[in-house]
Design a protein around this ligand. Structure first.
Ligand SMILES: [Zn+2]
Length: 114
C-alpha cells in the first residue's frame, strides 16, 4: 500500500497515511498513475495547475516534452493548498528541464523586482 500524496509505502493492513490521513492505495495502482513508466521523472511541483501549464508550455518551446500530474485530495477538500501539481519529463531530458526551469524561475523573480 502506498500514500498517493506522500508517496510513502506502508505494509498491508494500514488503511490511512499516518502523516496526512489520505486513504492508501495499492502500490500497483499508484505506479499506474505515474504514466505507467519509470521513464519519467518529476522536475517541478507547484500548487496551481496554471503554473504547471505555463512551465509545460515553456519547456515545449525549448523542445522538451513534459506531462502534468495532478493529485486531488478527496479527503480534505477544504485544504486546497495540499494539492500538488507535478511536472514530469523523460529522464533523458531531466537535466535540461531542471536547468531550464531554474532559469525561468530566476527570470520571473527578476521581472517581479522590476
Ligand atoms: Zn500521506
Amino acid at each position: 500500500m502506498i500514500c498517493p500524496k506522500c508517496e510513502y509505502e506502508y505494509v498491508d493492513g494500514i488503511k490511512e497515511c499516518p502523516d496526512c490521513g489520505t486513504e492508501l492505495i495499492p502500490s500497483e495502482e499508484f505506479e499506474g498513475n505515474l504514466v505507467h513508466s519509470s521513464d519519467y521523472i518529476i522536475v517541478y511541483t507547484c500548487y496551481e495547475r496554471y503554473e504547471a501549464e505555463m512551465m509545460k508550455a515553456n519547456l515545449a518551446g525549448a523542445g522538451i516534452e513534459a506531462i502534468i500530474l495532478e493529485q486531488s485530495d478527496r479527503n480534505f477538500p477544504a485544504m486546497g493548498d495540499l494539492e500538488l501539481v507535478k511536472l514530469l519529463v523523460k529522464k533523458k531530458d531531466s537535466e535540461d528541464a531542471v536547468q531550464f526551469i531554474n532559469s525561468s524561475i530566476n527570470n520571473l523573480l527578476t521581472d517581479d523586482e522590476i
